[in-house]
Unconditional design. Structure first.
Lengths: 184, 206
């Protein structure tokens, strides 16, 4: 049961990481003479309002999606091979490590957002940066994947100890109406 | 000297564990050093004077005294430093494993790989930032490249991951104790009385 929930969490974490990488991480509104609003995902930058380049979407300057996608793929691999007798140990190893790799990657993306958001505090801000849904989804992906990674580990002390075998003669106590009356 | 008698002796797991612990510690040190070195260097040479513009995980610096128009707040190094601290803690846990209670074994393995993984995830994403900055088209006046910090951080990741792998209890290795031999001990002594040729080809002439 715990194992199955763990596998489900690992897979859900992978899906959420991919979804998060496709959703906007943050939006930037430039307060120039011409209105310009951008939406940045882990893979591309989209112009919401303002002058558009050759196409509506262009490659993000930073491809944050690469480590996120690799982490998602490794999470899926870990979930698939957990039951394998041969690769089970490797899968548990990945299940322990990859969620934290996802945390590391998402954390740097968060730091980039925090840095850009610091521009909002200027007296006369040139850009206004607001967080997008992608950041939140990535955070949830980290938590879910971490939970999955913990659930699928073999913790030796938490495994139920085998019940001690009863020793000695088996004694059944039978209801004894007479005894009962004598006592009372 | 006392330790040698208490330690698990020449079991193959011991060397691997010690090497793993040292690698985790080295990864922590390299990550800490890399976090202070420039990850990106841009050399500008417009008017004959060379001007170097560097980026560390904590901000931007310029060789000349110019006001860099920046909002500040570059703290990409936070996850790297946190990972370095976690790596140092796991290194201690791994190296001290024989003196710790057995219930620490599982969490220690997870900490070893987990801290290396945090470092890898964060360094990789910083690498994506540097990759873009250094792949912008260079002109004769501008040369951009990854700095020594980036190389140090990548080496830190490799070393830490190797340590994380070595510190694991893979089934069939350290966890399985060698079975104690049972039964009667039999020594085979050289026996010169036995004929050299048991088939008796030499003496079977008749």
């Amino acid at each position: 049961m715990r194992q199955r929930l763990g596998v489900f969490s690992l897979l859900a974490g992978a899906v959420l990481a991919l979804v998060g990488s496709l959703l906007p991480l943050y939006r930037q509104a430039y307060r120039l003479a011409e209105q310009l609003e951008l939406e940045v995902t882990a893979w591309n930058v989209r112009t919401i309002t303002g002058p558009r380049p050759e196409s509506d979407e262009f490659r993000s300057s930073v491809q944050y999606g690469v480590p996120l996608a690799v982490a998602a793929a490794l999470l899926v691999l870990a979930a698939l091979f957990l039951r394998s007798r041969r690769f089970g140990a490797v899968a548990r190893f990945l299940a322990a490590g990859v969620p934290l790799m996802l945390v590391g990657a998402a954390w740097v993306v968060l730091q980039v957002y925090l840095r850009l958001a610091e521009g909002n505090r200027r007296v006369d801000p040139i850009t206004l940066t607001t967080p997008g849904l992608g950041l939140w989804v990535l955070a949830v992906a980290c938590v879910v994947a971490l939970a999955g990674g913990v659930l699928v580990q073999h913790w030796p002390d938490r495994e139920p100890a085998p019940e001690p075998e009863p020793e000695g003669a088996v004694v059944h106590r039978l209801p004894d109406a007479e005894d009962h009356e004598q006592v009372s | 000297m006392e330790r040698a008698s208490v330690d698990e002796g020449p079991r193959p797991g011991r060397v691997r564990r010690v090497v793993g612990g040292i690698a985790l510690g080295a990864g922590a040190a390299l990550a800490a050093v890399g976090a202070t070195l420039p990850v990106f260097v841009q050399v500008l040479s417009f008017t004959g004077d060379q001007e170097t513009f560097t980026m560390t995980l904590w901000g931007f610096e310029s060789s000349v005294d110019v006001q860099i128009d920046d909002v500040g707040g570059v703290r990409y190094g936070v996850p790297v430093v946190v990972a370095a601290v976690l790596l140092a803690v796991s290194a201690v846990l791994v190296l001290a494993a024989p003196r710790l209670p057995a219930r620490f074994a599982g969490p220690t393995s997870v900490a070893a790989i987990g801290s290396a993984a945090v470092l890898t995830g964060s360094v990789w994403t910083v690498g994506q930032l540097v990759l873009v900055a250094s792949s912008r088209e260079d002109t004769t006046a501008v040369t951009s490249s990854a700095g020594s910090g980036m190389a140090t951080l990548v080496v830190a990741c490799v070393v830490a991951l190797a340590g994380g792998v070595l510190a694991q209890h893979w089934p069939g290795q350290a966890s399985v104790a060698r079975p104690e031999p049972t039964g009667v001990v039999v020594y085979r002594l050289p026996d010169e009385d036995l004929p050299e040729d048991p088939e008796g080809t030499g003496g079977g002439g008749s």
